[in-house]
Design a protein around this ligand. Structure first.
Ligand code: IMP
Ligand code: MG
Length: 179
C-alpha cells in the first residue's frame, strides 16, 4: 500500500487546533476532577496521546488507562459483536471517566464500553471522539466531545488504519487509489 495516493481531509495543524479546543471544553464541562482517560485501542491511541497533552495545557491532570475492544475485522464495515481483548487495570468506581476513540460510526463498540464502565460504578462516563460519522449509527450513543463530523469516506492516519497500514500518518486522509 506504499504507492497509494491519500487525499488530506484534516491536516496535522487543524487536528492540533481542534484538540486544544476539545481539552478546554472537557475541562469546562467539569471532567477535570479525578479524571481517568480511557484510550480505546488501537485506533484511539494517537488522538488520546495528543489529547492528554492538550489537557495538560488546559490545566487538567488525568490518569490514563487502555482498553482494547474488537468489533471490526480487517474489512471496512463494522461487525455485530464486541469483545474485550484488553481490560482496564484501574478501578473506575466513583471516577470521572472519559472514553477516547478515533471514530464513532455504528456506535456498537463505544456503547458497549460506556455501559461496562457505568456498570462498574463510574461517577460519570463521557465520550470524546475525533471523528463522528453519523450516517451509520446503530446504537443510541452520541459523542460528548467531537473533533470533526466526517464525510462518509473510509479514512486513515492519525491512528486509523486500513488493513493495518497508515496509522503513522500525522494527518487524516482518504485513500483515493489503494494499491
Ligand atoms: P463502531 O462505531 O462500533 O462502528 O466502530 C467504529 C470503529 O470502526 C472505529 O473506532 C474504527 O476503529 C473503525 N472505523 C470506522 N470507520 C473507519 C474508517 O473510515 N477508517 C478506519 N477505521 C474505521
Ligand atoms: Mg476503534
Amino acid at each position: 500500500m506504499t504507492g497509494s495516493r491519500i487525499e488530506v481531509l484534516y491536516a496535522a495543524e487543524t487536528i492540533a487546533d481542534r484538540n486544544r479546543a476539545l481539552a478546554e471544553a472537557i475541562r469546562d464541562a467539569g471532567y477535570g476532577e479525578r479524571l481517568l482517560v480511557v484510550a480505546v485501542l488501537k485506533g484511539g491511541f494517537v488522538f488520546a496521546a495528543d489529547l492528554i497533552r492538550a489537557l495538560h495545557h488546559a490545566g487538567v491532570s488525568p490518569e490514563v488507562d487502555f482498553m482494547s475492544l474488537a468489533s471490526y475485522g480487517a474489512g471496512t464495515t463494522s461487525a455485530g459483536t464486541v469483545k474485550v481483548l484488553r481490560d482496564l487495570e484501574t478501578d473506575v468506581a466513583g471516577r470521572n471517566v472519559l472514553l477516547v476513540d478515533d471514530i464513532l460510526e455504528s456506535g456498537r463498540t463505544l456503547a458497549f464500553a460506556k455501559r461496562l464502565i457505568a456498570e462498574r460504578g463510574a461517577a460519570r462516563v463521557g465520550l470524546a471522539v475525533l471523528l463522528d460519522k453519523p450516517g451509520h449509527r446503530v446504537a443510541a450513543i452520541e459523542g460528548d466531545f467531537v473533533g470533526f463530523t466526517c464525510p462518509d469516506l473510509f479514512v486513515v492516519g492519525y491512528g486509523m488504519d486500513m488493513g493495518h497500514a497508515f496509522r503513522e500518518l500525522p494527518y487524516i486522509g482518504h485513500v483515493v487509489d489503494a494499491e
